[in-house]
Design a protein around this ligand. Sequence first.
Ligand code: PGA
Length: 256
Amino acid sequence: MAERKPIIAGNWKMHFTHLEAIQVVQKTSYRLSEKDYENAEVVVCPPFTSLRSVQTVLEADEIPIQLGAQNVYWETKGAYTGEISAEMLQKLNVRYVIVGHSERRQHFGESDEDVNKKAKTVLRHEMNPIVCVGETLEQREAGETHDFVGSQVRGAFDGVPRTNAGRCVVAYEPIWAIGTGRNATPDDANSVCAMIRSELRALYGDTADEMRVQYGGSVKPGNIHELMAMSDIDGALVGGASLDPDDFARIVTYDR
Ligand code: PGA
């Protein structure tokens, strides 16, 4: 089976001015060593307004944290007030772009089709999408998790060729676990992540073994270790705990 390098990504959501962002990324880097970056790929996803400042710090100080964005629009340019294109992100050396986060789906009405267009746009611009999927509490209680998440995966990857699939990341984030302090048990999370991989295997064959599947939803220093011990969990998408450099660094160094 392919070796998958763990990927720990901090989703800062709508937090920090660019001045604060600079401090947070610097403080995070002080807590990480070269070896930590060998063990896991580390990504931070600041708001758009902080991307340029964070990029500058990362490059000037040669910090091997990868830059990520939280969203993108699929059109290349034009009259789309308030939107940001993939080229704009690519020029800032953005490597990862979160697409289809549940907050975008819930508050901004993003559909599977939108997520699919965004993922393809990101891939066309040599960046890597982090495709978010996950069920509501109602769907979980009705036993619909696998069907629903499976359909989100198929929707997001519709028409994405195998040659590009290997660099895509999928983040399984049960909506009821996001920001609630209530996380899925490692076994439950792993079973959905394994199901996601079997959907990917149906689409891409062995390439699915290279694709990283993260868990997200109330990941903290106290639960990361047991999550990462699971066979099909290859990393974490971390919201709240990524805002604190100590906590985020402890998550990155979960096996130190
Ligand atoms: P949380 O958020 O870690 O604060 O639950 C995770 C996410 O939404 O990516």
